[in-house]
Design a protein around this ligand. Structure first.
Ligand code: NAP
Length: 209
């Protein structure tokens, strides 16, 4: 596929670019300050910032190009409606790592048997939004408005613990992302399935598995 990569020089973008190329995609890197000229491409991938992503997605939709978005900390509902009107797909996932999606699935299941849970998410200090999109999505799956603790420190990549408690027992479900390449498989899967999704917004890798 011919793919634009918004944020190609960012931490995720830089890890993603060689994987996309190795998988046979033709990639046009788009950095801050570049014109979001994507007309005629098959898809856009965005790993930028919560401020930049909505404008990038809007530009792509206006040029009739479907999007795969990993940027967190923004609300995609309105642009999903615009995408539906334009007949293009907007796929957004708070986490593209398969292990993290399974962690959320297991947390959803455990929540049926435990009365209380809290979430601790750990990310690199450069992460701009808190709590993380994954933590918010997990909280929604668990229900009951669990407390989310956000840790931002150098040395961390992306990690999350969901701790369930009841009288006399604790259950901890933990996922660790140790390298940003872990997001690439999910992005490749999203690009592969993009054409078979309905026009408009689809949220979460779970919808593709
Ligand atoms: P990062 O290192 O800060 O990278 C963001 C990149 O986007 C930077 O190179 C930045 O350029 C660039 N950028 C800013 N505005 C732009 C624009 N208008 N057009 C094109 N590029 C622009 O951040 P990151 O760690 O790669 O993370 C990026 C986003 O992905 C964050 O929202 C993060 O939370 C999210 N994320 C999601 C997942 C997932 O699985 N869904 C996984 C990891 C991260 P400058 O440096 O020049 O500003």
């Amino acid at each position: 596929m011919k793919v634009a990569l918004f944020g190609a020089e960012g931490k995720v973008g830089a890890a993603l670019l060689p994987v996309l190329v190795a998988a046979g995609h033709e990639v046009r890197p788009i950095e801050i300050g570049d014109e979001p000229d994507v007309a005629g491409l098959d898809a856009c991938v965005d790993f930028t910032t919560p401020d930049a992503a909505p404008a990038n997605v809007r530009a792509a939709i206006e040029q009739g190009v479907s999007c795969v978005v990993g940027t967190t900390g923004w609300e995609p509902k309105r642009l999903g409606e615009l995408a539906a009107e334009a007949g293009v797909r907007l796929f957004v996932a708070p986490n593209f790592s398969i292990g993290a999606v399974l962690m959320m699935r297991f947390a959803h299941e455990a929540a049926q048997y435990f009365p209380r849970a809290e979430i601790i998410e750990f990310h690199n200090e450069a992460k701009k939004d808190a709590p993380s999109g994954t933590a918010r999505a997990t909280a929604e799956l668990i229900g009951g408005d669990p407390v989310i603790h956000s840790v931002r420190l150098p040395g961390l990549v992306a990690h999350q613990e969901v701790i369930f408690g009841s009288e006399g027992q604790l259950l901890t479900i933990r996922h660790d992302t140790t390298a940003r390449e872990s997001f690439a498989d999910g992005v490749l899967l999203a690009l592969e399935k993009l054409g078979s999704l309905p026009a408009g917004l689809t949220v979460g890798l779970d919808a593709l598995l």
